[in-house]
Design a protein around this ligand. Sequence first.
Ligand SMILES: [Zn+2]
Ligand SMILES: [Zn+2]
Length: 148
Amino acid sequence: MAQTFHLTCDCGAIQLDVDGTPVLSAICHCQSCREMYGVDLFNASAWPSEAIKRRVGTGADLIAHRQFGRRMWRYHCSNCGRLVHGRNRRGHIVIPNERFRAANEDSLPERVQPSVHLFYAQRVVDIADALPKHPDDLDAVELDSTDV
Ligand SMILES: [Zn+2]
Ligand SMILES: [Zn+2]
């Protein structure tokens, strides 16, 4: 059985136990992710909600932020402010892969290595790596959506 990942925010009040394998791990270049997460590209994995157990400690809460006009949310710890995860329009939990790196001695576990670039047609930086570069999303699988 695969290892359970234990992710936390910076203050430890929000804890995520993550089991199984992601629906997709990818590097997303879409404009929605740029606006939502404030990054040029977004290295993240999408998980079925049943793969995630979320615990919120006392003295903290999860603050939800919905991107205006889109069915995308991100959730922050009210105590330390750390982005804990997002949610896309398909109901998948979207976890920045840096969270897994932080929980795994600064290296990205094999199980969450990105397999593809998405929305490469919307990129603002060129990437020279061996991963396939998809101009938009994959069939029914994406980290986020440009749908309004
Ligand atoms: Zn916190
Ligand atoms: Zn995106």
